[in-house]
Design a protein around this ligand. Structure first.
Ligand SMILES: [Zn+2]
Ligand SMILES: [Zn+2]
Length: 582
């Protein structure tokens, strides 16, 4: 039954791809009808719809998009047949050359076959493998969404083209659902919310992909770190801390220099070369190696909120989600082979517990041996088998991601599903037989012989920057009370209550609450509005009446009001929510 279901999914996707790809052709036709000088490059279907890249020097405007959309609707109405034709390569080259479509000429020249397929609809012919809908009239509902720059063949040495993104669905209601989803995505954009909630900034002045946490964001991060430390201590992890730069020889020995150099930064101190760490493994290995280990000591679990630097291409940097310096909740576990199964289970349980606290659903994937790898084939196969066995033994479903493992071992990746159904890669569990070999790690076994331990690399939240970005979008900036940098704002109505407000704040801070006050000489309605923009869970209004009765009136962010609550009751309520409740 599972097979059939998959097959059906596959067919539906192929159908949708064909619809979207056909819509991209219609868009290209419309563009050339309206802008005859525009040259076409490529126009595939993608997960979210389709795009087409054009070479058109003046560029397109938002108004142009509306015009193109209008022309597309006309073309759909005309119900023009879409006809496939096989032609000799030379013939196709000559034809596109005459049309001045040099990108198409370049594409055809790169094709090995003697013949290529062309698709024609009315006055528009495109080089294409297909398949396509039989006529333009079969296009469903579509919308052009945005403009972007894109290099020809994705190479920054090539010409910059203009990309038009669009999406298409079989009917209006599916399209509208998707457009609503996009609105929701926009509303939740962590870069916008990051500004509004004053959490962080990233600027060209400092450098691309480098995050500066503002007080609210730093506090949020501190809360997460505090949570992490407690959760790791509970589960038998020990804290270690390593340096940010380690000698180049270390990175050569580990294989990072050979396999990961392009992502690393290097520096020279007193004529000695150093690598700035892109991973935290090596210091943890040095701690393990600092003394003789017995089989009884294992597993040993070292944890570090380790800050790493990785050179990511500027094109892929995106807010907090893809940065060049970040802090991982990183641990390395040294263990015997016979402990592997149980320890991986422990980690999966850890992931499960933590994701529940944040209300995330998740899926798992096993990534197998990549092209560039270290270690023996036998170890790789063994490690891949253990990962599968553990998930199978728990009846946990997973996908296989062929060739996507780390260069030193296969891994389990955990993909979170956020509040609006988007998937995010966060936790990973990587199995490693290679580094223990390279650094000659061992333990004394029960028979007195030296044996090699296995090493697990694992993160639970992953990069804190990325996880915070995801949290902002998941909650839409409305953090649960325990995560909110500011849990309460107390505001007065007139100057008379200012001392009362300050005394309340002091009392609540002493009880461990995070409390701001707003004693500005402004209208109460404005203070409430400002508090709502900051998405603070509780806004307390302390007026004359409350002061006299030593109570507070509370506006609750998630709805409703608490009237005349005693201060003690209010504090008890927030403290209760400070536990890791959903
Ligand atoms: Zn096509
Ligand atoms: Zn590691």
């Amino acid at each position: 039954m599972a097979e059939t279901h998959k097959e059906k999914d596959h067919n539906t996707n192929a159908q949708l791809d064909m619809l979207r790809h056909s819509t991209s052709h219609i868009m290209a036709q419309a563009v050339q009808d309206l802008f005859p000088e525009a040259k076409v490059a490529i126009g595939p279907s993608i997960d979210t719809g389709f795009y087409y890249d054009f070479d058109y020097a003046p560029g397109f405007t938002e108004e142009d998009l509306a015009r193109i959309e209008g022309r597309m609707k006309e073309l759909v109405k005309m119900d023009i047949p879409i006809v496939r034709k096989m032609v000799k390569k030379e013939e196709a080259i000559e034809m596109f050359h005459k049309m001045g479509e040099n990108f198409k000429v370049e594409l055809i020249e790169g094709i090995g076959d003697p013949e290529v397929s062309l698709y024609t609809q009315g006055n528009f012919t495109d080089l294409c493998r297909g398949p396509h809908l039989p006529s333009t009239g079969q296009i469903g509902a579509f919308k052009l969404l945005s403009l972007a720059g894109a290099y020809w063949k994705g190479d920054e040495k090539n010409k910059m083209l203009t990309r038009i993104y669009g999406t298409a669905f079989p009917d209006e209601s599916a399209l509208n659902n998707y457009l609503q989803f996009l609105e929701e995505v926009k509303k939740r954009d962590h870069r916008r919310l990051g500004r509004e909630l004053d959490l962080f900034s990233i600027s060209d002045e400092v450098g691309a992909g480098l995050v500066i946490y503002h007080p609210n964001g730093a506090l949020l991060r501190y809360i997460l770190e505090d949570f992490e430390r407690k959760e790791h201590l509970k589960r038998g992890y020990q804290f270690v801390v390593g340096p940010h730069i380690l000698k180049l020889d270390m990175w050569k020995r580990s294989g990072h220099f050979e396999n990961y150099r392009d992502n690393m930064y290097f520096t020279k101190v007193d004529d000695v070369e150093y690598g700035i760490k892109p991973m935290n493994c090596l210091s943890h290995i040095m701690v393990y190696r600092s003394t003789i280990r017995s089989y009884r000591d294992l597993p040993i679990r070292y944890f570090e909120l380790g800050t790493v630097c990785r050179h990511e291409k500027s094109g892929v940097l995106h807010g907090l989600l893809r940065v060049r310096e970040f802090t991982q909740d990183d641990a390395h576990i040294f263990l015997r082979q016979d402990q592997l199964h149980e320890e991986i289970l422990n980690i999966i349980q850890f992931v499960h517990d933590v994701m529940g606290i944040f209300n995330f659903e998740y899926e798992m994937e096993i990534s197998t041996r990549p092209e560039k790898y270290i270690g023996t084939l036998e170890d790789w196969n063994k490690a891949e088998q253990v990962l599968k066995d553990v998930l199978d033994s728990q009846g946990l479903p997973y996908d296989i991601n062929e060739g996507d493992g780390a260069f030193y071992g296969p891994k389990i990746d955990v993909k979170l599903k956020d509040a609006i159904g988007r998937k995010w890669q966060c936790a990973t569990i990587q199995c490693d037989f290679a580094l223990p070999e390279r650094f000659d790690l061992n333990y004394v076994d029960s028979d007195g012989k030296r044996k090699r331990p296995v090493m697990l690399h694992r993160v639970i939240l992953g990069a804190l920057e990325r996880f915070i970005g995801i949290l902002i979008e998941h909650y839409g900036g409305r953090f649960p009370v325990w995560l909110s940098p500011t849990q309460v704002i107390i505001m007065n109505i007139t100057d008379e209550q200012e001392p009362y407000v300050k005394a309340l704040q002091e009392e609540m801070i002493n009880e461990g609450l995070r409390v701001d006050i707003d004693t500005r000489n402004e209208k109460l309605s404005l203070k409430i509005r400002d508090g709502a923009v900051r998405k603070v869970p509780y806004l307390i209004i302390a007026g004359k009446k409350e002061m006299a009765s030593e109570t507070v009136s509370v506006r609750v962010r998630d709805g409703g009001e608490l009237k005349d609550v005693t201060i003690k009751d209010f504090i008890a309520r927030v403290k209760e929510e400070n536990l890791f409740r959903r």
